[in-house]
Design a protein around this ligand. Structure first.
Ligand SMILES: [Zn+2]
Ligand SMILES: [Zn+2]
Length: 287
């Protein structure tokens, strides 16, 4: 296996599940969790239901350098719900959680709420899991906050996500590539910040929940993005590889719209010098 890859463990927004128009069990999708692997260590972006797939995948298990959070909407954290069931494998090493404070809440606060009544059955609470795992929790400060472990630099920037905010995250590796994860964001409303964050990135994983028509039919600030604004940022920043992410992928008509998004993005990107594709669950990107 290469020294670097990106693997998608969950790519849909909202609810995990099968495609409602197809027979049960045929197609199943998870909510956001992206693994960025570099030189023997995995770094995770968000912990939606794809996080449980990552944790329960077969051996060998690599150490996990950090789990980074864009924000705490349920589709991005629901995989943490099972931490009390021993989901965190010893071979992952010490748990490092890195996330912003949003609406006054940190990842620690969110986990306390998620892992107790009335949301979770007792008696295992986040306080108990913390005693066992001694997680290292870093709260990202507001603008341009940086986290560094000697190999990976994570830069967080707050962006517009409907009436609220999320954080877009740039991971750069010493002697390696750069990946920007920008999900749950209106690329149009956060354009300047995103162009700066994405400068020269090898990979941009970009929220593209809407078709172009859906995007422009919504009033600003929008929760999500469409193909044209995403391509504009990728082009202005000199990104090498754009991957569309956070699909509303639950029916055949949405499936068709997903292909429509890709062809729209490819059309806008035609004159530029970068690749465009769709994130798929268990899909892998390499340099
Ligand atoms: Zn989401
Ligand atoms: Zn969200």
């Amino acid at each position: 296996m290469s020294d670097f890859f990106v693997k998608f463990w969950g790519t849909v927004g909202g609810m995990a599940g099968g495609n409602f128009d197809r027979p049960v069990g045929r197609v199943c999708y998870d909510t956001p969790c992206v693994e960025v692997f570099f030189n023997g260590t995995s770094y995770l972006l968000d912990a939606g239901s794809g996080f449980t797939r990552f944790c329960s995948a077969g051996k060998p298990k690599n150490p996990v350098g950090g789990v980074f959070f864009s924000h705490y909407h349920l589709d991005h954290i629901c995989g943490l719900w099972l931490l009390g069931d021993g989901l965190w494998d010893k071979s992952f090493g010490r748990m490092r959680l890195v996330g912003p404070r949003i609406a006054g809440q940190t990842v620690d606060d969110v986990l306390h709420a998620l892992m107790r009544e009335p949301i979770s059955p007792g008696p295992i609470t986040w306080a108990k899991v913390k005693e066992e795992l001694s997680p290292d929790i870093t709260v990202v400060m507001h603008t341009g906050s940086v986290w560094y472990d000697g190999v990976c630099t994570a830069t967080f920037v707050p962006v517009v996500h409907g009436a609220g905010e999320s954080y877009s995250i740039r991971l750069s590796f010493k002697g390696g590539p750069t990946v920007v994860y920008a999900t749950d964001v209106d690329f149009g409303a956060s354009k300047e910040k995103l162009v700066e964050l994405c400068q020269g990135a090898d990979f941009l994983i970009a929220d593209c929940e809407y078709t172009n028509r859906e995007y422009y039919n919504r009033t600003s600030p929008r929760p999500h993005s469409g193909p044209e604004v995403v391509v504009q940022v990728a082009e202005a920043a000199g990104v090498k590889h754009l991957t569309l992410f956070h699909h509303p992928y639950r029916t055949d008509s949405e499936d068709r719209k997903m292909m429509e998004r890709l062809s729209e993005a490819a059309r806008f990107a035609r004159t530029f010098d970068f690749r465009v594709d769709l994130a798929r669950d268990k899909g892998i990107l390499v340099l």
